[in-house]
Design a protein around this ligand. Sequence first.
Ligand code: TXA
Ligand code: MG
Length: 336
Amino acid sequence: METEILKDSQIQRAVDFLSDGQLVAFPTETVYGLGADATRSDIVKNVYAAKGRPSDNPLIVHVSSPEMVWQYADNSYKPLAEKLMKNFWPGPLTIIMPIQKDSLSKAVTGGLSTAAFRMPNNKVTLSLIEKFGKPIVGPSANTSGKPSPTLAKHVYHDLKGKIAAILDDGPTILGVESTVIDLSTDVPTILRPGMITVEDLLKVIDDVRSDHHKVKDEEIPKAPGMKYKHYAPSAQVVIVDDVNDFPKAISEYQEKNVPIGILATDEILKEAPDDFRKFSLGNDVISASKHLFAGLRGLDAENVNYILAQGFPNADHGDAYRNRLNKSAGQKHYEN
Ligand code: TXA
Ligand code: MG
């Protein structure tokens, strides 16, 4: 199949594809998602196939209004959820709640009694869902295991020929996926860190626990997606936590005599040798979050063997960045 690239003036064409049971990638403020009719299990199955995603990994249900959620979620956490929605929606917060029995298929929930809901902060996609009139599932629109797509061309690279269309709305603003919070536990629990932080959440609700760092491969993780290999380019990523270590790391890796990439702030890149492939993270951890996945993909395309990537170990609001970078590196840090 030919994958069409659609502009925001062609939302109706995207709606028609969805109504016809086709897959359409859509923009959000975090990363591009892979959209399909959330109410049709036969169609949702095609999402897993296109991504090569394990089928026990449940999908986020994207809505265009809080009201849409209550057609599926049960009311047990409604007051708490409404507080979160009022403060953070539309925005990068995914809320997990128990659902009404049989309201969503196993293909969406992975057989759990809960589902994940999110109202993205992107005009094109809110209008897409509204016009479609039903929620759409949306995992990140990458091949499973690869960095999430922050540009339409990343989606095209991974999924061309496998999906009907990509709604192109330019580069995504945040660059890392939404914060996932599970309300169905004693204390609301963060399963995946994102740009909405524990501190942000504590301004609105009384208590939040953070669980994402405890998830190991052997355990049954609360967010099934957290157990799989993630965000990994073909090159080995090596995290350089202390910026003062860059000169030494650079000369050590230069001795290997293979192509090396460097993913760092402008200040560090200035000092990097000419034969290194360079990708700028901008100046701080916020811009680094925005450019991380594009950087991993860009350097990979240059066939480097190693990527030296800046760690931002202490930066405020750096949780999401560090979490994704750690996974892409398989936890490999440069040791001086
Ligand atoms: O920013 C985002 O969240 C993007 C954009 C496209 O909205 N979407 C995204 O979807 O990152 P995905 O499928 O790549 O990640 C969803 C995560 C997975 O780790 C999944 O296991 C978890 O949410 N999840 C979904 N439903 C769940 C549930 N009922 N219980 C626990 N975890 C769940
Ligand atoms: Mg993903």
